[in-house]
Design a protein around this ligand. Structure first.
Ligand code: NJP
Length: 242
């Protein structure tokens, strides 16, 4: 079996997707910044699922990181048939409170690295008998989100880029799926420092990362264009909390 490469695999939804793919006997390539954590997870996933797992510590806010990722795959002769663009984070609060440097770093991780990795890996995916791209957008891509304006905009980008590419590649051996999770119990909201009222409300509708991962991988393998986990009605409530 060839390899599935997952960005943001050190915890949360990315780790759950990695485990779900391992359960389906994909070998894994785990990518994130936390190298020690990735190595521990690689050992555990390999032992639990009897698959090959390797990891690479890179910072995807660095524009050269995607090239480092593909160089690593080429050097090690890893055939990649699944690319999961999951790494991402949210800055919350007023747009003006963040520096341009902070905002550009989030845009690099959430959007530009995703585009770079997609561009770099597409020829490799086309060489496989079947290739998949799974992009993680967000429930916030479907509505204006005061308090997380730029984060939500990066996810609109991911959603519409994925939709377009899905149609461009229709009829080829590569399919593109975009999943938009609703609130998921990963600690994302704590790290984004979303206000307590919103965090408390989110807890009431939160899914587990495993739920999201199962739906995401099933949709990807079925070649679906777009899936929202959590439900659109619940999304409407989210904007009002911020
Ligand atoms: O987030 P979290 P989730 N370079 O914080 C990695 C979207 N989403 O699993 O680098 C490389 O637990 C980070 O690893 P590390 C969300 O926008 C979520 O909840 O070691 N990697 C970690 O593995 C995101 O796109 C919810 O710190 C970087 C991972 O990314 C995706 O789902 C709702 C990095 C983040 O794990 C996963 O989110 C929704 C960098 N510079 C969409 N920065 C939700 N949780 O409620 C971060 O609609 N990472």
């Amino acid at each position: 079996m060839s390899y599935a490469l997952i960005t943001g695999a050190s915890r949360g939804i990315g780790l759950a997707i990695a485990a779900e793919l391992a359960r389906r006997k994909y070998n894994l390539l785990l990518v994130a910044r936390s190298g020690d954590q990735l190595q521990k997870l690689a050992q555990q996933l390999a032992a639990d699922h009897n698959v090959k797992v390797d990891s690479l510590a890179v910072d995807l806010s660095d524009a050269v990181a995607p090239q480092q990722v593909i160089n690593w795959c080429k050097t090690n002769k890893y055939d990649v048939s699944v690319l999961v663009n999951n790494a991402g984070y949210g800055l919350s609060g007023q747009f003006e409170q963040y520096s341009l440097t902070d905002n550009l770093a989030m845009m690099q991780v959430n959007m530009t690295s995703l585009v770079q990795l997609t561009q770099l890996f597409l020829p490799e995916l086309r060489r496989q008998s079947r290739g998949y791209i799974l992009n993680i957008a967000s429930s916030t891509a479907y509505q204006a989100l005061p308090g997380m304006s730029l984060y939500a905009a990066t996810k609109v980008f991911v959603l519409n880029f994925s939709r377009g590419l899905h149609h461009e590649l229709a009829g080829t051996s590569v399919s593109v799926t975009c999943i938009s999770p609703g609130a998921t119990d990963t600690g994302f909201n704590d790290r984004a420092q979303i206000n307590q009222k919103a965090r408390d409300a989110a807890k009431k509708i939160t899914m587990t990362p495993d739920d999201v991962a199962q739906q995401a991988v099933a949709a990807m393998l079925a070649g679906k264009a777009e899936v929202i986990t959590g439900g659109i009605n619940k999304l409407g409530a989210f904007a009002a909390w911020l």
